[in-house]
Design a protein around this ligand. Structure first.
Ligand SMILES: *Cc1c(COP(=O)(O)O)cnc(C)c1O
Length: 472
């Protein structure tokens, strides 16, 4: 064998057709399947095998995939998966992944259609979120990376070239985000070499938003103490409750101090698509940078996030690293600057732009707005069911698509057990969080397949379980 390709393609073609048929069947019959199944121990052990020396036929590998892998993955395709904030994927994106795999394009740079498609997707993203034409951006694995890249751009603005050469020592940079910000914000400051302590966590108001008076006070105190406030990272759709910081006020406060204004809109930024929720995102278009995910509300298959950066010059200055073997040429395959590798930390990168381009084209902003609206309406339905029950209690306002509720008379441990039981029984997959020191059942309605009957069935199942007399 002198190539990894088969001598005769017909068996591979047949296997590929079989896979495609099976996967379409899988998507078409999701409702008949459990939301999630724990992976049996014996199967886990079969993935502690030694490194294979000899090859195995792809047919045999596919059989193992079907029996040992597919049934035990996350479950976020399923309409009754409501945990964390997971997108449900979409069939067009699935097919696009096959096409992208067949192309095996390296979208780190060079002048080819993969780069052109990614630029199209970035321009659409900017338009979708109210950023100006000419906004720079790049696709990344997710919002954790997007937030990290935004922090690096903010550092670039604050320190310029000196920050690249000598680092941040002695710069005394301080950043500000709400106490409800995602954990990737302190992580981004850590990874950027600024330290988690450089992040001031501003307390929340009674609507779970950053308290803007406290933000002003914290910045003033830091500036008086000789720190350099360089970044205000507002949240558009907080991970726990879907709360929106006041983006206009945050933008003004940042501008008053010459600080970078970043918005983590991992899922919440998509509220801009619907007239009903757009007011929550007022001020989003003033951001210096926005982090958001295509793999959450826009239902693109994992993984795909995006950072948008208003000032293309700062964006490239942050990431471009000179290297003779990567020099851009005026023409030929080495043309077409700027390359995505100058807009983020990755050099080699896959063709994620294809699944985003195909998904956005297939469904349009109308289709995605409908998903956003349905998710929010279902969250309101769930909130109403919780309010109407004398056993359940709403633990946070529901401005968007996340509902946090508790069970009266149940301890934190009992609530955690109940959620794990629902998951292990394959019925529903909500998750938990802590609100005001107390464990909450957290339902994030993100999946485009979720319907009113799923919400009602969840409430009924929880009530049935907490009313049932304790088993002997
Ligand atoms: C999901 C999420 C993130 C992290 O995004 P990943 O795509 O999981 O890396 C950051 N911020 C918020 C508000 C999120 O919901």
């Amino acid at each position: 064998m002198n190539t990894l390709d088969p001598a005769d393609w017909s068996a591979l073609r047949a296997l590929g057709h079989q896979m495609l048929d099976d996967m379409v069947d899988h998507l078409a019959t999701l409702r008949d399947q459990p939301v999630w199944r724990p992976m049996p121990e014996v199967l886990r052990e079969s993935f502690a095998a030694p490194l294979p020396v000899q090859g195995t036929a792809p047919e045999a590998l596919y059989a193992r995939f079907r029996d040992e892998i597919q049934p035990y993955v996350t479950g976020n395709l399923h309409p009754r998966f409501m945990g964390w904030v997971h997108g449900g994927g979409n069939p067009v994106s699935m097919l696009a992944e096959l096409l992208a795999g067949a192309m095996n394009a390296n979208c780190g740079g060079r002048d080819h259609a993969g780069i052109v498609v990614e630029r199209q997707v970035i321009a659409w993203a900017a338009a979708m979120l109210g950023m100006p034409a000419g906004t720079s951006g790049v696709l990344l694995t997710g919002s954790s990376m997007a937030n990290f890249c935004a922090v690096l751009c903010a550092r670039q603005k604050a320190l310029g070239e000196a920050g690249h050469e000598t680092g941040v020592a002695g710069a005394r940079l301080t950043a500000y985000a709400s106490a409800g910000a995602h954990r990737c914000i302190p992580a981004a400051l850590d990874m950027a070499g600024l330290g988690r302590a450089a992040l001031r966590k501003i307390p929340l108001d009674d609507q779970f938003r950053m308290d803007m008076d406290k933000l002003r006070a914290a910045i003033a105190a830091d500036a008086a103490a000789g720190f350099r406030p360089f970044l205000v990272a507002a949240t558009a759709g907080s991970v726990d409750t879907g709360a929106f910081d006041d983006l206009h006020i945050a933008a003004e406060i940042a501008a008053a101090h010459g600080a970078w204004f970043h918005v983590d809109g991992a899922f919440g930024a998509l509220a801009a698509l619907s007239p009903a929720t757009r007011p929550l995102t007022a001020g989003l278009g003033r951001a210096d940078s926005i982090a958001f995910d295509f793999h959450k509300w826009p239902q693109v298959t994992y993984s795909c996030g995006c950072v948008l950066v208003r000032d293309p010059a700062i964006h490239t200055a942050t990431f471009a690293q000179p290297a003779p073997y990567l020099a851009a040429a005026p023409r030929g395959l080495a043309g077409g600057f700027p390359w995505p590798c100058d807009l983020g930390p990755d050099l080699s990168r896959g063709f994620s732009a294809l699944k985003v381009w195909m998904s956005l084209s297939a469904y349009g902003t109308q289709g995605l707005a409908h998903v956003v609206e349905t998710s929010c309406a279902l969250a309101q339905r769930l909130a109403a069911r919780v309010r109407a029950s004398n056993r359940l209690t709403l633990l946070a306002p529901v401005p968007l698509n996340i509902v946090c509720f508790g069970i009266k008379g149940k301890s934190d441990d009992e609530v955690i057990d109940l959620v794990a039981d629902l998951q292990e029984d394959g019925l529903f997959a909500p998750s938990t969080t802590r609100i005001g020191g107390r464990v909450a059942i957290r339902c994030a309605i993100v999946n485009h397949r979720t319907r009113a009957e799923d919400i009602d069935a969840l409430v009924e199942e929880i009530l049935r379980r907490i009313m049932a007399p304790a088993a002997g």
